[in-house]
Design a protein around this ligand. Structure first.
Ligand code: ADP
Length: 284
């Protein structure tokens, strides 16, 4: 089969463990016939709130899936589920091979910039240089007297948000894997750098790789092979960008009508996307 990643009607909750515990307490309270009936209701509500509801998708080898959605809609949780950190309570998830994951905020370990990109892997000059260029780190390194041998402190306090994001991305891309999960790699980047990195790294350097990328930019959604739009843990849309307009006309006309949308930073785009999804899901 040519499918690299498949999710079939997957539902998952972060608070399931806690929920089960509270459920037990509730049962015990019931047995004791507590005077306060509200407690049970509260615990029940906590128990039944899944973070992802009935999500289905498949991604073929070498294709790109763009995941977008409102704040707290479950985008990061979806990646954690593919990683195996969040176990589905219903449905099936299938993938094989090695995963490379870039979290929204990458951990910087004490060591040089190069150490932080290699992250324990062997240095391969060609591979390393291609990754540095594609992640727009060449100029940053050229400005440092020690270049990529510049030491970093744990937590990366000496780095700008954008530099840290690009080092995190470079680390994930340097690793050879079958499936790449990139959580909001463009946060803290200006729109010019974002555009360059999308073209050079995600589209060119990674062209043969299977990629799941959390991004809110319409241009990225257009260029991706598949788009998943999440709202409140549910799939608002899944398909190709060209199907979006036909299937979600209200949403499309609102968002496509915003000329400046793609030209503002990633943080503000997410706010607008959240607002738009709230509006259309109230109307529907
Ligand atoms: P998004 O990435 O779309 O903003 P998230 O997946 O981060 O959404 O969050 C969805 C919900 O899951 C939120 O209510 C959040 O508090 C919860 N959540 C996210 N990550 C964890 C975690 N590691 N443990 C427990 N709850 C989490």
């Amino acid at each position: 089969t040519n499918t690299e990643l498949e999710l079939v009607n997957v539902t998952a909750s972060w608070d399931e463990g806690i929920g089960e515990l509270f459920e037990k307490i509730k049962q015990e309270n019931k047995a004791d016939d507590p005077p306060n009936g509200d407690t049970g209701l509260f615990f029940t509500n906590l128990y039944v709130t899944p973070v992802l509801k009935n999500i289905g998708l498949y991604l073929e080898k070498g294709k790109m899936l763009a995941v977008a959605g409102s704040t707290g809609s479950g985008k990061s949780s979806l990646l954690m589920m593919i990683l195996g950190e969040l176990v589905p309570s219903e449905g099936k998830i299938r993938h094989s091979g090695r995963i490379s994951f870039s979290p929204q905020t990458s951990w910087i370990m004490p060591g040089t910039i190069r150490d932080n990109i290699l992250f324990g892997l062997a240095y391969d000059e060609y591979r390393y240089t291609s990754v540095i260029r594609a992640c727009q780190l060449e100029e940053d390194l050229a400005l440092l007297p020690e270049k990529d041998k510049a030491p970093l402190k744990e937590g990366g306090v000496t780095l700008s948000g954008g530099q840290r994001a690009r080092i995190g991305l470079a680390r994930a891309v340097y690793k050879d894997a079958d499936l790449y999960l990139l959580d909001s790699p463009f946060t803290h980047l200006d729109i010019v750098t974002e555009k360059e990195i999308f073209e050079r790294c995600l589209c060119k350097l990674m062209s043969s790789k299977t990629r799941v990328v959390v991004t809110s930019k319409l241009d990225h959604l257009k260029r991706a092979d598949k788009v998943l739009l999440l709202h409140n843990g549910m799939c608002y849309f899944y398909g190709s960008f060209s199907d979006l307009q036909a299937q979600r006309p209200d949403f499309s006309s609102l968002l496509l009508g915003l000329e400046a949308y793609d030209n503002i930073n990633a943080e503000r785009r997410t706010s607008i996307l959240t607002e738009t999804l709230r509006r259309v899901s109230v109307d529907e």
